[in-house]
Design a protein around this ligand. Sequence first.
Ligand code: GLC
Length: 426
Amino acid sequence: MLRDRVQEAVDVLRANDRGGYTVPTQGLYPFQWLWDSGFVALGWAVLEEKRAFDELETLFRGQWENGFLPHIVFHRDDPGYFPGPEVWGTGREPRSSGITQPPFLAPVVLHLVRASGEKGLAWARKLYPRLLALHRFLHLHRDSEGTGLVAVLHPWETGMDNSPAWDLPLKRVPRHPLPSEARRDTKHVPPEERPQLKDYERYLYLVSLFRRLGYDPGFCYRESPFRVVDVGFNALLLFADEALAELAQLLGENPSEPRGWWQKGLSALEALWEEEAGLYRSLDLCSGRRIPRDTSAGFLPLLLPLPRPRVERLMATFRAWMGEARYLFPSVLPSAPYFEAKRYWRGPVWAPVNWLLAWGLVRHGFPKEAARLREDFLALVERSGFREYYHPLTGEGLGGQGFSWTAALYLAWARGQSSPPVGPSA
Ligand code: GLC
């Protein structure tokens, strides 16, 4: 049975392959997305190492001269998606959006290098300066006060678009009237599995604001009514800084710059710890307050070295969440008043989060819990196929079908539990 699913996963990746890049799914997401590319590369690596590097090289064709990497690269036209390149109007070639996404790329490159030796090193050498430029952009332009943590300016930058954590900061964002044909997503997926109109109107306001500001990083940072230190984005960036420093060493480059960001960020992360809740929370920079919403992003610092008592406390919270969901790992605690079992990032299980949390658990010596994340994910695919996300209580498949990151991570995980490319188990 597992063997059939492996073949199906290969078929999904091949069907979504557009030559050098992979669309997340046909119809709903017909372009190349930033953090999807990282997860997708982990799957390609199982089939063809070179193809995995190609995915990232193609993504970096969309990098701007200042190091910024957009969250979507519109390599080809497709009328089925809104907001398309004409709405963003970034004036770049290839055409792209003007916001970013979690930089889950350096850890993937390091993982690929560890698996493919000398050949991999040669490919990584080409990507290294681009990765460094991206990390420099983020640490410089998204942390203008030099705190060690970076801000996101749009919920889409977090990759967890409609997480309940963004409800409060989004209240400050005016609503931008949407053209009637704008909600093309709900032509592909039932509306109750997607973000709501009131959120979409705010997403679009931010896009139009950044466009008016010419995507200037300084202006956008100062003017955006949405400015949040997302714990998920920062955990992934710091994890990627650590991987970048390691890559620098392997390539004979100087690791001190990424290592410096990493060390500073690790101590700054303390500001996001919420002792009473027993997990990390994001910080709203406009109000100066931590956002009182508990989401799966609050566990992503497990990817980083943490003091032992902190890990124990976080694991106690993790186990409480385990007790509430049939399938791990829900994006929101099922008993929370803001939990919605089917609505996107407000409850469902997402493959990439399971993968990242499992890496974190392996890093901190919790193989049993990591195995549970893998088993639940494999069971979800077995039951419901390669969906975009899943109902955490029933296992029902939700959102897009034939989804690339789900298929890719299935391939990567079908072989057994994987270890993170940095840390004691690397
Ligand atoms: C949605 C998800 C985001 C993902 C994108 C493409 O916007 O929230 O995380 O990158 O779809 O799959």
